[in-house]
Write a protein that binds this ligand. Structure first.
Ligand code: ADP
Ligand code: MG
Length: 257
């Protein structure tokens, strides 16, 4: 459970052990091993179509490994039934790729959704919590607006408020800054850092944006050919003399996947 790194004892929050997954004709994950420490922000990079979203789906139990284990806290979730998974999912907030707000619900209703699902019915409590979550992302004035009236960056911030409202232990972000302008990207990066600093949330962030990765990551994991090829601090990655790593981070991939 505990690992002694630089003299500090760190608790493993999420552990992927030898995960294999075939999807269709593809052997997408080929022995993924990764330990994610409690309170750290780990950034997952790798070629498009390489299996990053598939890894996040294993962490929430949306996909089950063909072999290997997904351990959350000290529980192997690979074998849990839906009821057991529902309990685990309460501890993990997810910011899906493409935001995925409910367009027929107001911003406030969207953010309240995870609490309502959990059975919270008290309007005063809901309003208070929703207002607080929205103020954290700077959008409390927009509580009654509909998602389609907001910009892409604002929608991502609403999705983040929704992901964190139930105070999860971890938040998984699937390309949270894709398609955003640099200013909106900066505000999402700052919020990810704030979630960590103020709430001690463990974050797993999939991104293509190396600038974001350097800004937010405690460690960067590089997925290549179905397994974690490298995992280390941004400094360790920058300082690497491995051409495979350098080509990837400098945006000159010389190979597919
Ligand atoms: N539900 C699925 N059924 C079949 N193939 C899938 C499914 N989900 C993902 N894949 C395939 O697995 C590979 C990895 O996908 P993904 O994890 O989405 O990549 P990325 O690293 O870009 O997030 C892709 O080739 C994708 O087409
Ligand atoms: Mg993806």
């Amino acid at each position: 459970m505990d690992n002694d790194l630089n003299g500090e004892s760190q608790t493993v929050s999420i552990r992927l052990e030898g995960i294999h997954k075939e999807l269709g004709a593809q052997h997408v994950l080929r022995g993924v091993n990764l330990e994610i420490f409690s309170g750290e922000t780990i950034v997952l990079i790798g070629a498009s179509g390489g299996g990053k979203s598939v890894i996040l789906k294993h962490i929430t139990g949306l996909m089950r490994p063909d072999s290997g284990r997904v351990v959350i806290g000290n529980q192997d979730i690979s074998k849990l039934n839906e009821k057991g998974l529902a309990v685990i999912r309460q501890r993990i907030g997810v910011l899906f790729q493409n935001g995925a707000l409910f367009d027929s619900m107001s911003i406030g209703q969207n953010v309240a959704f995870p609490l309502r699902e959990r059975g919270e019915k008290n309007i005063k409590t809901l309003t208070e919590k929703v207002t607080k979550a929205l103020s954290l992302v700077g959008l409390e004035e927009h509580i009654n607006k509909m998602p389609t009236t907001l910009s892409g960056g604002m929608r991502k911030r609403v999705a983040l408020a929704r992901a964190m409202i139930a105070k999860p232990e971890s938040i998984l972000y699937d390309e949270p800054t894709a398609g955003l302008d640099p200013v909106s990207t900066g505000s999402i990066d700052s919020l990810i850092i704030q979630m960590q600093k103020e709430y001690g949330i463990t974050s797993v962030v999939v991104t293509h944006d190396m600038k974001s990765a350097r800004t937010i990551a405690d460690r960067i994991a590089f997925l290549r050919q179905g397994s974690v090829y490298f995992c280390g601090t941004p400094e360790e990655m920058e300082g690497s003399d491995d051409p495979v790593i350098n080509n990837f981070i400098n945006g000159h991939p010389t190979e597919e996947l």
